[in-house]
Design a protein around this ligand. Structure first.
Ligand code: CIR
Length: 260
């Protein structure tokens, strides 16, 4: 259960510059106060699931820096510092390095290609790395090598076209079940897992997050909430209206691991 049963998380307060965050389609800038309310509700939800949350200070030079998931991978006792594919986000890795050094016994450095944590689905059976516009083949290969050093098998898969990250389209729900969009499931990327598909038109719901006994799910997708509730999952609906304007969902805003 180590990959589901987190008890620690790192988040970073949204800078005012988050209104300039990267987005594929501009539907208007997020409202910074409302975005911060969404982030605060997310932090509170982690805390009520008994996760100890370290909050890093905002970085005004990096509009997307609240999406800490993309700059590192974290595991019990070890972290891997990544190299984001988005040029405007590359400097975020150096900014988070001191917090990782303080927290983890080992911090492995990533040297070749690019990879973002949004493309990495960690499961108890292995770590799935999605090739996307942000994670390239050289980066994925380098990551497989680094994961091997900490005893985790890595598998390279393809994220669907026109999707930001692999995890824009999937989330681990339990040891054997993945919430997945139909467009990702079509390439059969997760052999041996049971897939629960997001209803058509609710693809955005796939960026969910299992924390302890609950699944954090965007409140914008009622049919997915219903589907997962019918499968017996306890749902924690959270607002994502503002962060969705900068292409983010519920996994993006934290780095999560189990501290023994
Ligand atoms: C970006 O384009 O990098 C940000 N606006 C959104 C990052 C979302 N991160 C994630 O899904 N892990």
């Amino acid at each position: 259960m180590g990959d589901l049963n987190f008890n620690r998380a790192i988040v970073r307060t949204a800078p005012r510059a988050a209104v300039n965050g990267l987005r594929a389609v501009d539907v208007g800038a997020p409202d910074i106060d409302a975005l911060r309310r969404e982030q605060n509700a997310y932090i509170a939800a982690l805390q009520s699931a008994d996760v100890t949350v370290s909050v890093l200070p905002p970085l005004e030079a990096y509009p997307d820096s609240l999406f800490v998931e993309d700059v590192a991978l974290v595991f019990t006792g070890a972290a891997i510092l990544l190299r984001p594919g988005a040029p405007t986000r590359r400097g975020e890795a150096a900014e988070i390095a001191p917090a990782l050094e303080r927290t983890f016994e080992r911090v492995l450095l990533f040297e070749t290609g690019t990879a973002e944590g949004g493309d990495v689905l960690t499961t108890p059976r292995g770590v799935y790395i999605g090739l996307s516009g942000r994670t390239n083949a050289a980066g994925a290969e380098a990551l497989v090598g680094l994961l091997a050093q900490i005893g985790r098998p890595g598998f390279v898969v393809q994220a669907p076209p026109d999707v930001l990250h692999l995890k824009s389209d999937c989330a681990l729900l339990d040891e054997e079940t993945i919430l997945c969009t139909a467009r990702l499931a079509a390439s059969e990327p997760f052999p041996g897992f049971r897939l629960l598909l997001t209803p058509e038109g609710e693809e955005g719901a796939a960026n969910a997050l299992r924390v302890g006994g609950e699944v954090f799910l965007s409140d914008a997708y009622p049919r997915t909430v219903e589907r997962l509730a019918a499968e017996g999952y306890a749902i924690k609906p959270l607002a994502t209206h503002e962060i969705a304007k900068v292409d983010a969902g519920l996994s993006c805003m934290s780095l999560r691991w189990r501290d023994l």
